[in-house]
Write a protein that binds this ligand. Structure first.
Ligand SMILES: *[C@@H]1O[C@H](CO)[C@@H](O)[C@H](O)[C@H]1NC(C)=O
Ligand SMILES: *[C@@H]1O[C@H](CO)[C@@H](O)[C@H](O)[C@H]1NC(C)=O
Ligand SMILES: *[C@@H]1O[C@H](CO)[C@@H](O)[C@H](O)[C@H]1NC(C)=O
Ligand SMILES: *[C@@H]1O[C@H](CO)[C@@H](O)[C@H](O)[C@H]1NC(C)=O
Ligand SMILES: *[C@@H]1O[C@H](CO)[C@@H](O)[C@H](O)[C@H]1NC(C)=O
Ligand SMILES: *[C@@H]1O[C@H](CO)[C@@H](O)[C@H](O)[C@H]1NC(C)=O
Length: 932
């Protein structure tokens, strides 16, 4: 009992402490960063602190963060305390700041860091202890700084480093990079655009051997490149890319071909190399498979030299002044990339014998036709012609390219797609015709391209697109049109596999769209069962795609399409008026809803009742003035809520209470009132532990006028509390604590309380009467239950009063009427020498009777007088007494007589007489009077 009470006491104390702690701990909304929302609720914390004009690292980054984006701020230095205790951090991005110094030991605690990006800063000097502690770092980006000096021990801690990017720095001497080459795990080193005037391995220890696989090196001034020692036995890729177009002579010195035997990838985009230079360089390699060249002059037959490399598989030619070229002899090549030249034509024969060609990229050139040879490239799988001037496709263009799987024709001038053009492309999966002048495509997509899965028709000038214009294999369709619907569709195509549909309407004019989206009857219902993502964008800013303002009897085109998408997961509408209550009535699976740039001021909470699974809601720019509509929306699963750029003044507490799962709330750019009407919200932002209020510290006041421009969270809510609310808060807190305590005490200390109460009564009695030493009015007070009255009057009274002559007090007979019962009992017990309790089951159940026992036993306790005589009328097994454990204790210790156990009534009454005769002193061994 005692231990139970103590532990309960501990838990109450603990509870109270917990309440204090919750109040004292830090808020969940960060001052200068936001926690990136992730669909998986148990994902680890990732922070976005980029582009916030930060001058120093914020001091409230949660210690268990795994990723921090701090790019594009104005940080000037990193100091020791900036990242202390962040032992879980795995990625730190400090790109595009003004960091000129990193204090020694700043990263010591980052034992889990794998990626560190300090590119585009102002570092000049890698100091000795700068990277201390980064033993797990794998990737380090220091490009675009002004590093001229690397301390010999600066990189020593980086025992796991695999990739180091030092592009665009000021390194001058090869000896500077020695510590890098000695890193045990180093695989990739980028040194493009530094200030080496020569790169000679003879400047390094002769026995040095590095694990590098990829080396990038170049410089404006590079004049000598010499590898004369077996320093790079594992090197596979040498990137000799230039820095812009500056011309320089290059002396290339590789005395032993075996030294570069394992290089397979060579990028040689160094401007100004002569034909002889190229020939010289290419001769150093034995097993090139990927060659990238740029700034070339082809007139001297360079291609012939290149095509003699039998191991070559991939050839890239960039930035060269080619109007046309012939690569015919390179029949071993499978991939050709001719991006960004000035090619106007690839005449017949260019690729004629290239039977192995699988990928051809001629994007960003000036072609006006599909190259003639494409039609015969039977093995071609990927063709990229984006960004040319092609206007016409002919029926022969793809005659035999029936292995083609991906075709990119975006950003051209194509205005029409004849049915015959794609007839051979029976394996095409991806077709991009976006950003063309396309006006029509007839039945192209229904008669050919049976395997087409992804079709991009966005940014075109199409006017009519119908569901029956496509085949069942289609999974993803992006389209811009004036009308989208099912008019005059009589094919059975239902786009059963369509998962993603993105429609941009040129002009969302209700009356015009209505016509085309019309369907004749409800029976003619379409099924888009696989649809997961649906986006509708109206490109006209003024008029919404109006489903709501139509008369009730009118057809609602958007609702009609949505009705077919019973498994829809994500809907996004821009300039789309879709706030009618029934809009999503058939989309109960919807998890993510975005409505932007429309008027949602009339939104009703019933709107959400059909989408109970909604997890993410984005209502950007909708003229919303209040979030009241969420109160009855029953969005119990909602985790992400973004209502930025609206007209909200006040957030009511009831809104916050109605969203139990909310973890991310963004209310940036609203028109907050800084007054007591928002004090509840302000307090919640500062104290709640579940919901991040994104950028809350930057929210500004719009009202009242005198507070305009000040910060919402700076508003002092104390005066609001004082006007009654604070009192209410304190008093309700007290009430709660009091209730807790009372119920605790009642539960665990009930007996002690009653006991104390009676002691108090006894004390009162003592001080009133006891001290007078009244001679006892009665010999015994008889306490019994009415059910046993019969026995008392028939059996007990005749013997004790009649035969033995005791004066007894019976409450029916002797209690003073009109006196409180408890006082009568007290008087009776203290006015009698003894108290006889007639114990039966009824007696034990009766509240008053057990009080009499209690009182008498207090007298025993209080006056040290043994006044109790227990007469058991029935056999009551001890375990039945256990609820009345006080009684059990008494029975164990005190006089008791059992009527049923008595051998003879005479003996029983004799024992009672003896008990009544005994003195008041507490006898130690009174256990004998059992009557047996
Ligand atoms: C973080 O934000 C607070 C409040 O907006 C601002 O006072 C503070 O200067 C910011 N901290 C940094 C490091 O910029
Ligand atoms: C760092 O941030 C920039 C944008 O601020 C981004 O482009 C870059 O990819 C990031 N780097 C890493 C390693 O995440
Ligand atoms: C690099 O920085 C250290 C410490 O700031 C300094 O002692 C050293 O002179 C610097 N070295 C160079 C080459 O600037
Ligand atoms: C390279 O040679 C130097 C002496 O010239 C020696 O101190 C060093 O340990 C050697 N390194 C290796 C990796 O053999
Ligand atoms: C170089 O390549 C050959 C064949 O690809 C290979 O067997 C050898 O191990 C490689 N050498 C090194 C040092 O990686
Ligand atoms: C929002 O309201 C303003 C005037 O109150 C109006 O000019 C604007 O067009 C409305 N914006 C939207 C998206 O309805």
């Amino acid at each position: 009992m005692a231990t139970k009470e103590t532990s309960s006491l501990h838990s109450v104390v603990g509870l109270l402490c917990l309440l204090c702690l919750i109040h004292l701990s830090l808020a969940y909304s960060l001052k200068n960063c936001s926690i990136i929302y992730q669909e998986n609720p148990s994902a680890e914390v990732a922070l976005d602190c980029a582009r916030r004009k930060l001058v120093t690292i914020p001091d409230d980054l949660p210690k268990h963060t795994v990723m921090v984006q701090l790019g594009e701020n104005v940080l000037k230095k990193i100091i020791k305390d900036d990242f202390c205790d962040m032992s879980k951090l795995s990625l730190l991005n400090l790109t595009s700041n003004e960091i000129a110094s990193v204090e020694d030991g700043s990263f010591t605690d980052l034992v889990s860091l794998k990626t560190l990006d300090i590119s585009s800063n102002k570092l000049t000097n890698l100091t000795s202890n700068m990277f201390q502690g980064l033993s797990n770092l794998i990737e380090l980006d220091l490009s675009e700084n002004s590093i001229t000096f690397i301390h010999s021990s600066a990189l020593q801690p980086l025992v796991s480093l695999q990739t180091l990017d030092l592009n665009e720095n000021g390194l001058k001497e090869v000896a500077d990079i020695e510590p890098i080459l000695l890193l045990p795990q180093i695989r990739t080193l980028r040194l493009t655009c530094n200030q080496f005037s020569s790169f000679e391995t003879n400047d390094l220890p002769l026995n040095l051997s590095s694990s590098l696989k990829v080396l990038g090196i170049s410089s404006f001034q590079l004049e000598t490149f010499s590898i004369a020692t077996p320093i790079f036995p594992y090197l596979q890729k040498l990137d000799f890319s230039g820095c812009g177009q500056q011309y320089s002579e290059l002396q290339w010195d590789i005395p032993d071909k075996a030294l570069l035997r394992n290089i397979t990838h060579l990028y040689l985009t160094h401007p100004g190399l002569s034909f002889e230079d190229f020939q010289n360089i290419l001769q150093s390699f034995e097993s090139l498979s990927h060659l990238r060249l740029a700034y070339l002059d082809f007139e001297k037959g360079l291609l012939t030299t290149i095509c003699q490399i039998q191991t070559l598989r991939k050839l890239d030619l960039f930035y060269s002044d080619l109007t046309s070229l012939s690569i015919e002899p390179c029949s071993q090549v499978t991939e050709i990339d001719l991006t960004l030249n000035t090619i106007t034509e690839l005449p017949k024969g260019t690729f004629q014998s290239m039977k192995h060609l699988r990928s051809l990229n001629v994007s960003l050139n000036s072609l006006t036709n599909i190259p003639y040879d494409v039609r015969s490239l039977e093995g071609l799988e990927v063709l990229n012609l984006n960004g040319n001037l092609i206007s016409k496709l002919t029926c022969e263009d793809f005659e035999q390219t029936n292995h083609l799987a991906e075709l990119y024709l975006n950003y051209n001038n194509i205005d029409n797609l004849e049915k015959c053009v794609f007839e051979s492309l029976t394996n095409l999966k991806i077709l991009d015709v976006s950003n063309n002048l396309l006006q029509a495509f007839g039945n192209t997509f229904t008669t050919s391209l049976q395997k087409l899965e992804v079709l991009d028709l966005s940014h075109t000038v199409l006017t009519v697109v119908r569901i029956c214009d496509f085949q069942d294999a289609l999974k993803q369709l992006d389209v811009e049109t004036s009308f989208f619907g099912r008019e005059k569709c009589n094919s059975s195509s239902e786009l059963n596999n369509l998962e993603s549909l993105d429609i941009q309407f040129k002009l969302c004019n209700y009356d015009n769209n209505l016509e085309i989206l019309h369907t004749t009857s409800q029976d003619d219902f379409i099924h888009l069962k696989s649809m997961k993502r649906f986006t509708v964008i109206c490109n006209n800013a003024d008029q919404g795609f109006n489903t709501y303002k139509a008369k009730a009897s009118s057809f609602r085109p958007l609702t009609f399409l949505l009705r077919a998408m019973e498994n829809l997961d994500t809907f996004r509408g821009v300039h789309v008026h879709a706030s009618h209550v029934g809009t999503f009535q058939f989309n109960s699976q919807l998890k993510s809803l975005t409505l932007a740039k429309t008027d949602l001021s009339d939104l009703n909470s019933k709107f959400f009742l059909s989408v109970p699974n909604l997890q993410s809601l984005d209502f950007t720019e909708n003229n919303i003035t209040s979030l009241e509509f969420l109160v009855q929306a029953e969005l119990y699963a909602l985790r992400y809520l973004k209502v930025t750029d609206n007209e909200i003044n006040v957030i009511d507490d009831s809104v916050l209470k109605s969203l139990p799962s909310l973890t991310y709330l963004d209310l940036s750019n609203n028109k907050f009132t800084c007054g007591c009407s928002n004090s509840g919200f302000i307090q919640w932002v500062k104290n709640n532990k579940q919901t991040q209020v994104v950028n809350a510290h930057q929210y500004k006041c719009s009202f009242p006028v005198e507070k305009q421009g000040t910060f919402l969270l700076d508003f002092d809510i104390q005066p609001c509390m004082d006007d009654g609310r604070f009192f209410f808060f304190i008093s309700s807190t007290c009430l709660v604590v009091l209730t807790l305590l009372t119920s605790f005490i009642y539960h665990f200390l009930k007996w002690q309380l009653v006991y104390t109460f009676h002691l108090f009564l006894a004390f009162l009695y003592d001080s009133r009467k006891g001290k007078k030493q009244d001679p006892h009015q009665f010999d015994a007070f008889v306490s019994y239950n009415v059910h046993d009255e019969d026995w008392v009057y028939r059996e007990m009274l005749p013997v004790l009063e009649g035969e033995q002559g005791w004066r007894l007090c019976l409450h029916h007979r002797d209690f003073q009427p009109g006196k409180p019962i408890i006082e009568n009992i007290t008087d009776a017990i203290y006015g009698s020498r003894k108290t006889i309790c007639v114990i039966s089951r009824h007696y034990l159940q009766s509240e008053w009777c057990s009080r009499e026992i209690q009182m008498a036993s207090f007298r025993l306790f209080d006056e040290k007088k043994d006044v109790l005589i227990l007469l058991f009328l029935e056999e009551i097994p001890p375990h039945h007494l256990s609820p009345h454990y006080r009684m059990r204790k008494l029975v164990k210790k005190r006089t008791y007589l059992s009527w049923p156990q008595a051998a003879h009534p005479g003996v029983f009454w004799q024992n009672v007489q003896r008990a009544l005769q005994t003195g008041d002193a507490v006898a130690e061994n009174t256990d004998l009077l059992t009557g047996t």
